[in-house]
Design a protein around this ligand. Sequence first.
Ligand SMILES: C[S@@+](CC[C@H](N)C(=O)[O-])C[C@H]1O[C@@H](n2cnc3c(N)ncnc32)[C@H](O)[C@@H]1O
Length: 252
Amino acid sequence: MKIKEVLNQKNAIYILTKLLNKDKTWLFLNDDLEVPKKYFEIQEKIKEGYPIEYLFKEVFFYGDRFYIDEGVLIPRDDTEIIVERAINLINKIGNSKLKVVDCCSGSGVIAIEIAKHTKVKVIATDISDKAIEVAKINVKMHKVDVEVKKCDLFDIKADILVANPPYVENSWKKPNRFEPDIAFFGGEDGLDFVKKIILKAKDLNYKACVIEIGFNQKKSVDKFLKTIGIKNYEFFNDLAGNVRGVEILMKN
Ligand SMILES: C[S@@+](CC[C@H](N)C(=O)[O-])C[C@H]1O[C@@H](n2cnc3c(N)ncnc32)[C@H](O)[C@@H]1O
């Protein structure tokens, strides 16, 4: 089969430029060439649900390219609003001596983007060995000063806590069977980690938190924050208009 016969297939341009190590223009100028056999094997794997990001070990987030591998959550576009919100908050406080913890950091994308766009000290924490390994690769790749630490949530005194923790209800299904369970499930209502993180940040005297939540969790988080006496917080939406995060100022 010729390249021109597959170019309209989903992901064809991306896969072929990767496989042939050529750019898009070259591909269109040489579309009479035969499609490599590997192309069809890859399309088959993708059809079975295997994420294309794991196949090529790369993912794009906040305009940058990151390394990704099996065993670590593939960062989602929606999480970019958490980065945006955290950067705005840091700039509003306007103190370069601030210390920021990205808890449940996975591949490290949130921590790395905050480090790239501000002058604060950033620490990334995760409980998974694989996530720690991938985050360290990304820190090196982006040449940023982010400390990567393996731990259960966090036990670090700092000023701002940023997190995209596991927040999916245990009864729900994962979007695919290849990403790790540990990155998704957060208990019966999904909020075990969100609640623990907020309580820890409060105990450790953090100034503020920016946390990603599920589209259906606003009511429960609102109730929880009121119960523990936190008054100063704001929910924010993703681009589709769903509530997907909360920014909390811990001191009322
Ligand atoms: C939803 S993923 C987020 C990853 C990354 N922040 C992102 O946005 O792409 C949640 C992460 O929490 C980590 N995690 C789960 N339980 C944890 C715990 N008790 N302490 C620290 N990290 C944990 C998982 O390993 C996973 O990397």
